[in-house]
Design a protein around this ligand. Structure first.
Ligand code: CA
Length: 366
């Protein structure tokens, strides 16, 4: 056979087999989809509807599952307070009040201090580093073990990007100005602030404006320019600080009740997994896009933008690592995750100081 003719014949054979496979898999897909059950779930969240960044990503996740299943698997999301309060999402999923929820693991460190790793640790990982840890650095496996004790299976399903340091009613010139301040700040960042003399509270995002306005708190952190502006925080506090050293790359998660998860057909499990992964990347892209514009609006509107004084960052970093040591001594699960997290952090900081920091330093200088 001549080479040209051989190639043509091979090409035809290849096209024919591809068509057959495609027809077969199409028929198969149709058959499988028809045999799958109608499933209706409810998803409680810690978020107000007004935040199209976080709550928008949750709606996107639910819509994706609906589309992928041809409308057979439908999840209805609920804002904070509609079924359960914003900080009771974990309990509602654990108890099976609802099948799933969207929240932040670090709201629940009172249940297990290791839940802090699921969201962000002060002086921890940036968004890309955090994702590398979750998907390849053993993070998912480790956190699944922590959540399993609560009958929950978790999925990274959103990232806020590196956050801001929040809103203060008065100027903070040194660490001593923090003493006696009442601030909304959750997680281990809250524990660090408490050690620096701050009276710490955790309040759901939708309630921050009123708490600041009524003087229940003197300072509050949420996420970044776009969300903070939507929540109206710039209208009740003038001083906006950075960086959000307690949340350099916060992950938000989908919590699924394990019993409900195990009843799901494998196809639906896979759809949920894919939709969570999509939310994890799309939320970060959304935040990075809208924050830059919102920051300009805030500055034009009279917000005073300031870096945290150096002594605050230095003290906070020292205290943070003391808290990790203390948690590791008290909680074997925290210790195990912390040791591997520290190792991962060391390596990724070294790599990123070569490939990213050198570039960023040059670009930002210009
Ligand atoms: Ca925050």
């Amino acid at each position: 056979m001549k080479r040209r003719q051989f190639l043509t014949n091979t090409a035809i054979t290849a096209v024919t087999s591809a068509t057959l496979v495609s027809c077969q898999s199409q028929n198969k897909t149709t058959v499988v989809a028809n045999s799958l059950p109608e499933v209706r779930w409810r998803m409680v969240t810690s978020w107000p509807r007004s935040l199209d960044t976080i709550y928008g990503a949750v709606e996107g996740l639910c819509n994706r599952v609906k589309e992928l299943s041809g409308g057979k698997f439908q999840i209805t999301p609920y804002a904070a307070g509609e079924i359960v309060p914003g900080l009771e999402v974990f309990d509602a999923v654990q108890n099976g009040t609802v099948e799933c929820g969207h929240s932040a693991g670090y709201y629940y460190i009172g249940k297990n201090s290791a839940l802090a790793f699921a969201t962000s640790l002060p002086f921890g990982l940036l968004p890309a580093q955090q994702n590398a840890w979750w998907y390849y650095g053993g993070g998912l496996e480790a956190m699944r073990r922590v959540y399993a004790d609560f009958n929950i299976i978790n999925f990274p399903a959103g990232s806020t990007g590196a956050q801001m340091g929040g809103w203060f009613k008065r100027e903070i010139k040194s660490a001593s100005d923090l003493k006696g301040l009442k601030m909304r700040i959750p997680g281990l960042g809250g524990e660090v602030m408490a050690a620096m003399g701050v009276t710490v509270q955790n309040i759901p995002g939708g309630e921050l404006f009123l708490a600041l306005d009524r003087g229940a708190i003197d300072a509050a952190e949420w996420v970044g320019p776009y969300d903070d502006e939507k929540l109206g925080l710039n209208k009740v506090a003038r001083y906006y600080y950075y960086p959000g050293w307690w949340e350099p790359g916060a992950t938000l998660e989908l919590f699924v009740n394990k019993t409900a998860w195990e009843k799901l057909p494998k196809e639906y499990q896979s759809m949920l997994e894919v939709a969570a992964k999509e939310a994890n990347s799309s939320m970060l892209a959304h935040y990075d896009f809208v924050n830059q514009q919102a920051l300009q609006r805030l500055l034009a509107g009279g917000t005073s933008l300031n870096p945290f004084p150096d002594d605050i960052l230095k003290q906070a970093e020292k205290i943070a690592f003391e808290i990790y040591q203390k948690n590791a001594a008290q909680n074997p699960m925290f210790k195990e995750i912390y040791q591997s997290w520290l190792e991962f952090r060391k390596g990724i900081i070294q790599w990123n100081s070569i490939n990213e920091l050198s570039f960023a330093n040059f670009i930002h200088r210009a």
